[in-house]
Unconditional design. Sequence first.
Length: 138
Amino acid sequence: MYVDSIKNGIVIDHIIAGKAMLIYNMLNLEELDCPVAILKNVPSKMMGRKDIIKIDSQVEINLDVLGYVSPNITVDVIKDGELVEKKHIALPEKLVDILKCKNPRCITTSEQEIHHIFKLTDGENGVYRCIYCDTVAQ
């Protein structure tokens, strides 16, 4: 399989195998009008298998979504065909409006103007809890 390199854009690499479509949907990449390539189950010496997303444009992406879905992901910024920046993304300490609280008694269920905020409570296991009602994110 051959996927051409990009001149100006972003490569989201080291995605846990099988998580690329989740990232694609959470970042609303279907709304972009530039080429987006999703590579699934790519062989990796470090991970065994991994997914990769290539975006052939300089776009803003929510790094917290990436860290939440696939900790230890990398984001490569490409300009004029050269790697100019490599970001290593870890679990974010706080998620704002990425997840919704499932507790029907939570204030976020009845008050529409309140942001859905989850705080990382267990970094080893990637557990987030709602800051309003302490419900574990699912």
